[in-house]
Ligand binder design. Structure first.
Ligand code: ZN
Length: 200
């Protein structure tokens, strides 16, 4: 497992709801936390590690053994209130930072790995991180939410990442679209399929 960088196509995939939690998915969440700490992040969405599933991890402390490790499945955000502007970065876009306006407060409804429903009213940094991660699950990146001026300031950095990704593709080290589609389908078949319903 590794963190993929813009413009990898999985970052634009709308992740599918998780309908099954197994030992492998719990191991995935644990490994995502490890990767997030190693990269000095405070949040990481599953599609940032090339798994298009509606799941993300957060720890505002950014260190193992400190703060609170949170894993949220199938998050839904409601009741946005207020506005705040703050600089954001993203583990999938190294060295790119810009101010992003978001609602100051938000409610989060989600599930934890044990299947318990979670309802939280969030504000401050946690509200921001959760909104950033839910955006990821919808295939949205913070660069999509910038002012015209903000977009100009990140343009050069993004072009550099685009060149790096093209170079990977030229060396055959980036997955082709058929390979990606097959992997997405396999994951979605395992974790996102609705249980069969009996008719009659
Ligand atoms: Zn991000």
């Amino acid at each position: 497992m590794q963190i993929i960088h813009y413009p990898h196509p999985t970052l634009r995939r709308v992740s599918q709801p998780v309908r099954r939690v197994d030992a492998q998915l719990r191991a995935i969440a644990a490994e995502m936390l490890e990767l997030m700490y190693a990269a000095q992040g405070v949040g990481l969405a599953a599609n940032q590690v090339d798994l298009p599933l509606r799941l993300f991890v957060v720890n505002l402390a950014g260190k193992a053994g400190e703060g609170e490790e949170l894993v949220f499945l199938n998050p839904v955000l409601r009741h946005p209130k207020g506005t705040s502007e703050r600089e954001e970065g993203c583990l999938s876009m190294p060295a790119i930072y810009a101010d992003v306006k978001r609602p100051e407060r938000i409610t989060l409804q989600a599930y934890d790995l044990a299947g318990n429903e979670v309802n939280l009213q969030l504000s401050g940094m946690l509200a921001r991180v959760v909104q950033h991660e839910v955006d990821h699950l919808d295939g949205v990146l913070f660069i999509d939410r910038l002012s015209a001026t903000g977009a100009m300031t990140v343009r050069e950095g993004l072009e550099e990442l685009e060149r790096a990704f093209s170079a990977l593709a030229e060396r055959g080290e980036a997955p082709g679209s058929a390979e990606l589609a097959a992997r997405w389908a396999e994951l979605e078949q395992r974790y996102c399929r609705r249980p069969r319903q009996e008719t009659g």
